[in-house]
Design a protein around this ligand. Structure first.
Ligand code: NAD
Length: 484
């Protein structure tokens, strides 16, 4: 399978494709390590033009004044466009990000699903009437903030953009997207999808640029009214600090160190297949990955043996050659991310963890890390507390239920948690005690676009997905009328 990838991609501002004030960014194929294409690189001036276009679009009412059913139909059409062009989009996403082709197809479908779900919600956002006695008529309305800025990470560049702009457009906000430097190409299709759906100029602006330049300029821009960020904790803090100066609300989704508790009565066949998805999907570069398994001591050795067998069965190599879902995995997104994950494995070994399998860079071109299982991990180790963001499962042991929950809750993060057991009471008790925004019982990643997602603690604040997300993009206005 090959894909024809054009050599240069532009930014999209105010309905036009344009070059970047900061020149070009090189985009490499993580599956080979070779140059794939170049993308326009935005500077602060480009960001300013995009925000100005979005502000104009908001203020002229071309988006906001539309009847919601119309906006909803347009949002759904964006999803239709992605699905109609999946054969073109998925290989480009694979080549720029390193993920397998089947994962890229899944991501395009996942992105389209956001437009379907939120397009359908457009007509459901209603205010209420508040009784104030005979002399008044009072009601509330929801209004968009205006300019929604979104800063996108590289692990799911399509789905993360879709997650934000589907809601922003549904609720009548104009968007400025800052795409990730490592894999910005496939975001081009949102510009095309917006044109196909008939959105007015300025409603969707898509720019790639350096985080410290374009990202920082966007977060500090005085005409941005709301901001959504997914990525690392330090960058989240920088963005939240910048927007605080303009008194602008933000939604932060900052990753996690999520744990599955595996009880002695768990269905182990089911658990092992959940490990495959939980930590090896997208080469482990998933904010809600199952990066820790906290296993009851009585089944620990059997679980380790089976998880090691799973890791060893994975075929790892260029994503473009991996077309079918199965025990296979692509590259990590960059040499830097791969080397960082490998270094964390080495450090874990140095402080007493045992590499049951994997842990090393693979001796071939591209940025591959062996599917890894670390045992003898203890809660005090860095690898048990910090995001590896790679295909690395840390296995810890527990004796009592209380101990398991306390280990699970023992990191600064709190994105998701999982519990595997046949005992529904035990599962419910654990679910209530997890310090996490989402809890999975007997199926990692259970849920979907319909279910709210977001973190406790350093995993961030605000919720994406579900109906909760709509409320991040609107502000409430109360109108009280004094009757004569
Ligand atoms: P990052 O958080 O620095 O980058 C994410 C996005 O933020 C990119 O678009 C980047 O350009 C932008 N950005 C960077 N600095 C900025 C600034 N000062 N102002 C505004 N925007 C800025 O992440 P990274 O450096 O690419 O990856 C580092 C680690 O972050 C990973 O190892 C992983 O642990 C974590 N991460 C988490 C997620 C997630 O989904 N939670 C996604 C990507 C990375």
């Amino acid at each position: 399978m090959t894909a024809d990838v054009k050599s240069y991609w532009q930014n999209y501002i105010d309905g036009k494709f344009v070059d970047g004030g900061a020149g070009r960014i090189a985009v490499d194929d993580p599956g080979t390590g070779e140059r794939l294409a170049e993308h326009a690189c935005a500077d602060a001036g480009d960001i300013d033009r995009a925000v100005t276009a979005a502000k104009r679009c908001h203020q002229n009412g071309s988006l906001f004044d539309m009847r919601p059913v119309e906006r909803g139909r347009m949002v759904k059409k964006m999803g239709d466009y992605l699905l109609a062009n999946i054969d073109e989009i998925a290989p480009i996403l694979t080549l720029e990000s390193g993920k397998t082709l089947w994962e890229a197809r899944k991501e395009v479908e996942g992105a389209a699903r956001y437009f379907e779900y939120y397009g359908n919600q457009a007509e459901t956002l209603e205010g209420r009437s508040i009784p104030l006695g005979a002399g008044y008529f009072d009601f509330t309305t929801y209004e968009p903030y205006g300019v929604s800025a979104q800063i996108i990470p590289w692990n799911f560049p399509l789905e993360m953009t879709a997650r934000g702009i589907s809601v922003a457009l549904t609720t009548g906000n104009a968007c400025v997207i800052k795409t990730p430097e490592l894999d910005p190409l496939s975001n081009y299709f949102f510009a095309k999808a917006g044109e196909y759906a008939g959105f007015p100029d300025g409603a969707i602006n898509i720019l790639c640029g350096e985080g410290a330049v374009a990202g920082a300029a966007l977060s500090a821009h005085p005409d941005v009214n709301q901001i959504v960020f997914t990525g690392s904790v330090p960058t989240g803090i920088a963005i939240a600090s910048a927007v605080a100066k303009n008194v602008v609300p933000c939604v932060l989704e900052l990753g996690g160190k999520s744990a599955a508790i595996v009880h002695a009565d768990a269905d182990l066949d089911n658990f092992i297949s959940n490990v495959r998805w939980g930590i090896y999907f997208n080469a482990g570069q998933v904010c809600s990955a199952m990066s820790r398994a906290i296993v009851h001591e009585s089944i620990h050795d059997e679980v380790v043996e089976r998880v090691v067998g799973l890791a060893k069965s994975m075929s790892v190599g260029p994503g473009i050659e991996r077309t079918e879902a199965g025990p296979n995995m692509g590259a990590m997104v960059s040499e830097k991310q791969r080397d960082r994950a490998a270094a964390m494995c080495g450090e874990a070994e140095r402080v007493g963890a045992v590499t049951a399998t994997g842990g090393r860079k693979m001796n071939q071109p591209g940025y591959f890390l062996e599917p890894t299982v670390l045992t003898n991990v203890t809660p005090d180790m860095a690898v048990a507390n910090e995001e590896v963001f790679g295909p690395v499962l840390s296995v810890l042991k527990f004796t009592s239920d209380d101990e398991a929950v306390s280990i699970a809750n023992g990191t600064p993060y709190g994105l998701v948690g999982g519990v595997f057991t046949k005992d529904i009471d035990r599962a419910t008790h654990a679910a209530k005690r997890f310090r996490a925004g989402q809890v999975f019982v007997n199926e990692w990643f259970a849920g979907g676009v319909e279910t709210p997602f977001g973190g406790y603690g350093k995993s961030g604040y605000g919720r994406e997905k579900g109906r909760e997300a709509l409320l991040n993009y609107v502000q409430t206005k109360n109108i009280a009328i004094k009757l004569r």
